[in-house]
Design a protein around this ligand. Structure first.
Ligand code: THU
Length: 136
C-alpha cells in the first residue's frame, strides 16, 4: 500500500515514545521525508513554563535543518488520540517555509488511520519574505 506512509508512521511512532508531555499527557510524534528519501522525526517537548513547549512537527523540521537538509516532501503528524491530528497553526507556518504548497501532510491517529491534505490547503497564502527561502 502506501510505502511512504508506512515509513513515516513507524518513525513518528518511535519518536512519540520519547515524547515529554507530563503536563498535557498528550503525546505527539512527527516524521518527514525529503525528496532524496531522508527521514527525520521528532516528538513534543513540554516545559514547566508552558509557552516554551515545542511541537513534534517543529522538532522534526529542526532536526532536518540541523542535518543540512532544506526541503520537506511529505510530513506526518500523529498523537495519542483517535482523531486525525492536524498540525497546529504555528507549525503550518514553519512547514510552509520548507515545503511546496503541493507537499503532502498525513493527519494521522494513534492506530495509523489517516487523512491527507496539502500544505497549501492547510495554510493558503502563507506569509513569506523571500520567494525562494527554502533553497540553500
Ligand atoms: N502539540 C504538538 O506537538 N503538535 C501539534 O500540532 C499540536 C500540539 C503538542 C504541544 C503540547 O505538548 C501538546 O501537544 C498539547 O498541546
Amino acid at each position: 500500500m502506501n510505502e511512504e506512509f508506512e515509513q513515516l508512521f513507524a518513525a513518528a511512532q518511535a519518536a512519540q515514545k520519547n515524547s515529554y508531555a507530563p503536563y498535557s499527557r498528550f503525546f505527539v510524534g512527527s516524521a518527514l521525508i525529503t525528496p532524496e528519501g531522508k527521514i527525520f522525526s521528532g516528538c513534543n517537548v513540554e516545559n514547566a513554563s508552558y509557552g516554551l513547549t515545542i511541537c513534534a512537527e517543529r522538532n522534526a523540521i529542526f532536526q532536518m535543518i540541523a542535518a543540512g537538509e532544506r526541503e520537506i516532501k511529505s510530513l506526518l503528524v500523529m498523537g495519542s488520540t483517535d482523531r486525525f491530528l492536524p498540525p497546529c497553526g504555528s507549525c503550518r507556518q514553519v512547514i510552509a517555509e520548507f515545503a511546496d504548497p503541493g507537499a503532502t501532510i498525513y493527519l494521522c491517529n494513534q492506530e495509523g488511520k489517516f487523512e491527507i491534505a496539502t500544505v497549501g490547503e492547510l495554510l493558503p497564502r502563507h506569509f513569506k519574505l523571500l520567494e525562494n527561502s527554502n533553497k540553500k
